[in-house]
Ligand binder design. Structure first.
Ligand code: RIB
Length: 273
């Protein structure tokens, strides 16, 4: 007989809660779960894959009804383990790549990268750089691929998905002759702001900078950051809705949903002089 007792707990796994993107995503998830009287348990996975085993055991022990996984540190092996242990319904999203086994919701990362490139191209930039982590997750790599579909010769510069990553990438930018930079997330863009300021450079006079995400601070930095907006709150809501549907209809085929992104033009990008 199937166990029908419900805990009404949903485990949510993110890679970096200090990034406002994941805070906003969580708010969207919680918004839907709370309406349905579910409670979200937030786990910050970080990059530490060794912790993963503990998290999986803990989630199973607490008897969560389902999982929403945005962290790549949660491996496919753990997914199989959780599926086998309790046949736990789950949604994978953002930094966690789709598997055929479970439902997925993503934003159109390739198109976002392409839109960023087309914006810079329209402004007349010919020499451009992209800052992204060397071993980027699939969602982030798709942004690069979209960008490279317009600018195949873009200079690729290594930088972690953080302000520190953007700042550390600055010397490599200064060593090139690019006039525009695609920061693969907004935190990298903010780090570039700092690094370029220290080097006496001005945005957008010396460099145009475009980010990705549209986190809250984008409109408060100077100049306000032009970026590719993800529908982050809606994305969280979509993940939670999908999971609740799955809980009610466990036998349905795994689905994939893709949400659009859009260019938000502010003041960090300008025509090539
Ligand atoms: O800002 C963090 C980045 O990691 C976002 O772009 C989000 O999509 C995630 O992958």
């Amino acid at each position: 007989r199937m166990v029908t007792k419900k805990s009404h707990l949903i485990g949510v796994l993110v890679p970096d809660i200090s990034n406002p993107f994941f805070a906003q995503l969580f708010l969207g998830i919680q918004d839907i779960l709370n309406q349905q009287e579910y409670v979200a348990l937030l786990y910050n996975m970080g990059a530490d894959e060794q912790q993963e085993g503990h998290y999986v055991e803990d989630l199973i022990r607490r008897g969560v009804d389902g999982l929403i996984i945005a962290s790549s540190a949660f491996s496919d092996q753990s997914i199989y383990q959780a599926l086998q242990a309790q046949n736990l319904p789950m949604i994978v999203m953002d930094q966690k790549t789709e598997t055929d086994l479970v439902d997925a919701v993503q934003t159109d990362n390739f198109d976002g990268g392409k839109q960023a490139a087309l914006h810079l191209k329209t402004l007349g930039h010919r020499k451009v750089a992209v800052v992204l982590p060397q071993n980027a997750t699939v969602n982030v790599r798709r942004r690069y691929e979209g960008f490279a579909s317009v600018y195949p010769d873009a200079v690729v510069i290594d930088g972690e998905l953080s302000t520190a990553g953007g700042q550390a990438a600055t010397p490599a930018i200064l060593a090139t002759d690019v006039t525009a930079i695609f920061a693969i997330n907004d935190l990298i863009a903010f780090g570039l702001y700092e690094g370029l300021k220290e080097a006496g450079k001005e945005i957008p006079v010396d460099y145009s900078v475009i980010g990705f995400d549209d986190i809250g601070p984008c409109q408060y930095v100077t100049p306000a950051l032009t970026t590719i907006a993800q529908p982050t709150f809606t994305l969280g809501q979509a993940a939670a809705k999908m999971l609740l549907q799955r809980l009610h209809r466990p036998e349905q085929q795994a689905k994939e949903k893709i949400l659009p992104v859009k260019l938000v033009q502010r003041f960090s990008t300008a025509p090539l002089k």
